[in-house]
Design a protein around this ligand. Structure first.
Ligand code: GAR
Length: 194
């Protein structure tokens, strides 16, 4: 697997912790971090965990497609089977989708299809919902629109701020994502069955 991330990388860490040293059901290896922000903290996490890093600077390419062609070369070189997006804040183009369609997963901090896109936790609080959560889904060309594979509910508490709610959502993500990825990779949660 290659994990793609752009930021802090707490989900990257949860995935690495599960797949490097977790129980036997976590079959699969995280062999690459792809990062589109060379300064992101996730790069330090990967270095500390001994996971090779491929950093790219999308702005230096003429198009998103050309950027992804380079990413694709690296994925092929490393014989990557699955792409796991973990806070990768960029839309994927048909270049990666045609190579990895059905083998690319994402996690999103809401119960999709509610609150796609940026600032999902704030969107949920602003809307006044009592229940939100996290979703693991297949990636397609839309913004958080692919087929849902797994969800976990998080209750909104009366005095929640964006920070307190985000902390509980992150905790739910860190449990759900490694387990869902392991099930998908092992063929126990097959997208084609849904
Ligand atoms: C996570 O909450 C993830 O669900 C979200 O970015 C955060 C990354 O946190 N992704 C999206 O909003 C995708 N639309 P992390 O860097 O600590 O893993």
């Amino acid at each position: 697997m290659a994990v793609f991330a752009s930021g802090t990388g707490s989900n990257f860490q949860a995935l690495v912790d599960a797949f490097q040293a977790g129980p036997a059901q976590y079959e699969g290896d995280i062999v690459l971090l792809v990062c589109d922000k060379p300064q992101a903290y996730v790069v330090k996490r990967a270095e500390a965990a001994g996971v090779p890093v491929a950093c790219f600077t999308p702005k230096s390419y003429l198009s998103r497609e050309q950027y992804e062609e380079d990413v694709l070369l690296k994925l092929r070189e490393e014989r990557i089977d699955w792409i796991v997006l973990a806070g990768y804040m960029r839309l994927v183009t048909p270049v990666l989708l045609s190579a990895y369609g059905g083998r690319m997963l994402n996690i999103h901090p809401s119960l999709l299809p509610a609150f796609p896109g940026l600032n999902a936790v704030k969107q949920a609080l602003d809307y006044g919902v009592c229940v939100t959560g996290v979703t693991v889904h297949l990636v397609d060309e839309g913004v958080d629109t692919g087929q849902v594979l797994a969800q976990r509910v998080v209750l909104v508490e009366k005095n929640d701020t964006e920070e307190t709610l985000a902390a509980r959502i992150h905790a739910a993500e860190h449990e759900l994502y490694p387990a869902a990825v392991a099930d998908v990779v092992a063929g126990k949660l097959s997208p084609s069955r849904l």
